[in-house]
Design a protein around this ligand. Sequence first.
Ligand code: GDP
Ligand code: ZN
Length: 307
Amino acid sequence: MQATIYKSTGSWYQARTASGEWISCRIKGKLKIDEDISSTNPVAVGDEVILSIDPQTGDALIEDILPRKNYIIRSSPHKRGQKHILAANLDQAWLMVTVLQPRTSTGFIDRFLVTTAAYHIPTSIVINKIDLLDAAAKAIVAEWIEVYESMGYPVELISVKTGEGIETLNSRLRHQTTLLAGHSGVGKSSLINALIPGLALRVQPISQWSEKGMHTTTFAEMFELPYGGRIIDTPGIREFGVVDIAPEELSHYFLDMQKYVTSCMFNNCLHLNEPGCAVKEAVEEGKIHFKRYANYVHILETLQGKK
Ligand code: GDP
Ligand code: ZN
């Protein structure tokens, strides 16, 4: 019997069959795991799996995982040096960010965009809480729109609070499987509640989400949308660690650098201090935003194990 994984809580998984039946299942002891990926979670939300029933206990068991169309992976937030698959079989990813309460760093945005570019997942940036913007925050929004739209990432402005922009999002979610990512507190649960009447996910009061060291779960969960399609909530992403990218490949996943890379004098150029570097030249000419370049250097250092 084939089913789709909607939720994992460690050793138990919630799966849904094509006919809409919900089944709690666990992994069969001798499930063959793809060793190339070696993540802390062998089965991820979005996976298509084959289930069987254990004749002794009557439990549903995951026998096999069907090949993944794609997946998003990051370094495990719990175990150093380990990897965690956020979700699999996505049509698109939405990165929800805010300028105020809290401010999302461009470092976080760029790490996420590198990962989705590496896995060929179309990504949009959704800026929430636009009801809060003052003049200074509006200037930052304008800068983000310019920087990210010019390299091909759609940017949507929304306020879950006032409802502004939600209709556009609805039309873009229809019949798609969408990963919704973003820092804790940006409004992901609020948005999913607005999209799915009657769901009532817990929304954190401001006083709680702003507390440092707050313990949040890192389990993703997928929801059915009333008009067809699915959305995956990924709670509690505090950091997004880039993994599995070779240092010399990194600039290929910076969509604003990509077109200059082939003009560098050396084809293994890391765009640091090499002579004849077309990327650094483009940064100096203002064709690549200097913050993007700074974030590139930072990610490169983490990939090289320097940070
Ligand atoms: P999550 O951690 O990303 O799931 O964020 P939540 O949905 O829990 O929201 C965090 C806080 O932001 C809550 O207090 C929400 O009421 C608030 N919030 C969500 N969307 C908006 C918005 O558009 N405007 C304002 N002002 N607050 C919002
Ligand atoms: Zn270069």
